[in-house]
Design a protein around this ligand. Structure first.
Ligand SMILES: Cc1cc2nc3c(=O)[nH]c(=O)nc-3n(C[C@H](O)[C@H](O)[C@H](O)COP(=O)(O)OP(=O)(O)OC[C@H]3O[C@@H](n4cnc5c(N)ncnc54)[C@H](O)[C@@H]3O)c2cc1C
Length: 485
């Protein structure tokens, strides 16, 4: 048996996505010693690979632009999203958690900008966010750089390439974590004097876990993102009694970065646009379903293709490029005149200066600088239904303590980000997962450092008494085309 390396700290954080980064930072700011375990070789989780849209309520950026926003407006927008989702998924939203996010997210904006994260503009989503509140980060890697842990700081230890395997429970309290190094399987055991924060993201890249909660056909939809989001935190917490909600809620979307969508139009086999390309995620999927053979393509010109080559190369199906629009039409099998006409009409609209709303489908998310689709060669990227994130996770208190099926807080166990189930059902608003991860992660890290669980807990217990019902690269995770069992 290899020797087990041991570490100890006040707080142990699992994962370094937005939730883990914020938990680490907040716990350390409280004076706690912190050990962080991260399966990948770098910080940032899915956030640094993401589009980088973050929603904040009543942020300084909104105030600077004269935009009025508040908790009640956000809750009303969130409630509308939840009501829409109810027909498709089992939804249990936690209004207290949504309100906590609304109150704390402006502070998240302040902290991010203080750490050098820059936001370029608001992305309008009037049908979801009734006030402009979703801001686009200039470069998603800024999020990781802003929270790169200062390992020279006493009491902060970060272990990359280390996978948490089990929680250790002593006398009913979570007191540590068993883990292993990915390169040589060397075991590690970390004692947590005050608490463990589950911040391991979602379960998108775990085909088997998705099959437990989704119909087979839906569970086979591809996912584009880091392949360490295997629901480890969900399983770790479940094994010690944590109550999971919203696990069926893995919203389908048309795979492509919203950054590409901003600059693209989508055409069907008739060579015509058929929807608001930047509209609500569910609606995009519905419109794609209505197309013959569910076939359609995002069309971009050479300037956009070069600028977003990495994002486009990550699409599930390869792009098709041609020297002219008629050649592109022939290559993908759509009528040339129709495609040329569609692109010309879009360009005419963008060339106008007065109308900010596309007259055909009401699209308001326009290419930056209203740049037109003009420069050959042109590229068509097949639209493919898949997923980016999931919404199921643990029930928690407003101190982010994990609750068991009876509504009792599990001493020493906290969760944040995509490990939490009560906030993410409102994620179709846009920009909730990353901002929510940073915001709730900060609360969780602070609460764990203050040992709210250790002294018997003073976190408010929500839903008490309600019935209950594992390569550091971005990868396209496909499930087997045929069921294996
Ligand atoms: C292509 C794409 C675009 C997106 N765009 C946006 C967007 O614009 N806005 C938005 O709000 N959301 C977006 N999302 C979703 C968002 O990135 C995630 O929901 C968010 O990053 C979740 O934060 P998190 O901290 O909970 O987990 P993650 O960011 O997923 O990080 C989890 C971390 O935990 C680590 N980990 C996992 N298991 C273990 C283990 N056993 N031991 C140790 N470490 C472990 C992982 O390696 C990872 O680093 C996007 C997602 C994708 C895939």
């Amino acid at each position: 048996m290899p020797e087990v390396e041991t570490l100890d700290a006040d707080v142990v954080v699992l994962g370094t996505g937005p939730a883990g980064m914020a938990a680490l930072s907040a716990a350390a700011d409280e004076g706690a010693s912190v050990v962080v375990l991260e399966a990948m070789d770098h910080i940032g989780g899915n956030a640094v690979w993401s589009t980088g849209y973050l929603a904040f309520v009543d942020s300084a950026m909104q105030r600077e632009q004269g935009l009025v926003d508040d908790e009640e407006t956000f809750v009303a927008d969130a409630r509308a999203m939840v009501d829409e989702a109810r027909d498709r998924f089992g939804v249990e939203w936690d209004e207290d958690l949504v309100r906590l996010f609304a109150r704390e997210s402006a502070e998240t904006y302040r902290l991010l900008t203080e750490r050098g994260v820059r936001f370029s503009r608001f992305i309008p989503r009037p049908r979801q966010h009734t006030v402009d509140r979703m801001a686009a980060v200039e470069d998603s890697w800024m999020l990781g750089r802003a929270f790169a842990p200062d390992t020279t700081r006493p009491g902060v230890t970060v272990r990359y390439g280390t996978v948490a395997d089990r929680l250790v429970v002593t006398d009913g309290r979570v007191t540590g974590v068993r883990a292993h190094r990915r390169d040589d399987d060397a075991p590690l055991e970390v004692t947590a004097r005050r608490g463990v924060v589950l911040a391991t993201g979602g379960y998108q890249s775990n085909p088997e876990l998705r099959r437990r909660f989704q119909p087979e056909v839906v569970a086979r939809a591809p996912y584009l993102g880091i392949d360490t989001c295997r629901g480890d935190g969900h399983l770790l917490g479940q094994a010690v009694g944590g109550d999971l909600v919203n696990m069926t809620f893995v919203p389908p979307l048309v795979i492509v970065s919203s950054s590409v969508v901003e600059d693209a139009i989508a055409v069907n086999t008739a060579g015509e646009r058929f929807h608001d390309e930047a509209g609500p995620y569910e609606e995009r999927v519905d419109r794609l379903h209505e197309q013959p053979g569910r076939r359609a393509w995002y069309v971009v010109d050479d300037e956009v293709f070069r600028e977003k080559a990495t994002l486009i190369s990550q699409m599930p199906e390869p792009p098709v490029s041609a020297g002219s629009l008629p050649e592109l039409a022939a290559a993908v099998g759509v009528p040339a005149a129709a495609l040329e006409g569609t692109v010309a009409r879009w360009n005419d609209f963008l060339a106008g200066t007065t109308d900010d709303r596309d007259p055909d489908f009401g699209r308001v998310v326009l290419p930056p600088g209203r740049r037109t689709c003009t420069r050959a060669p042109f590229t068509a990227v097949p639209m493919v239904e898949g997923i980016n994130f999931c919404c199921g996770g643990f029930r928690v208190t407003t101190d982010l303590q994990v609750l068991d099926v009876f509504g009792d807080a599990i001493p020493g166990l906290f969760a944040a980000g995509d490990c939490v189930g009560g906030l993410n059902p409102v994620s179709d608003l846009g920009g909730i997962h990353i901002s929510g991860g940073f915001t709730l992660g900060r609360v969780a890290g602070r609460a764990a450092a203050r040992d709210v669980a250790g002294g018997g807990g003073h976190g408010s217990v929500l839903h008490a008494g309600l019935p209950s019902m594992l390569d550091t690269r971005i990868a396209l995770v496909r499930l087997d085309p045929e069921p294996t069992s």
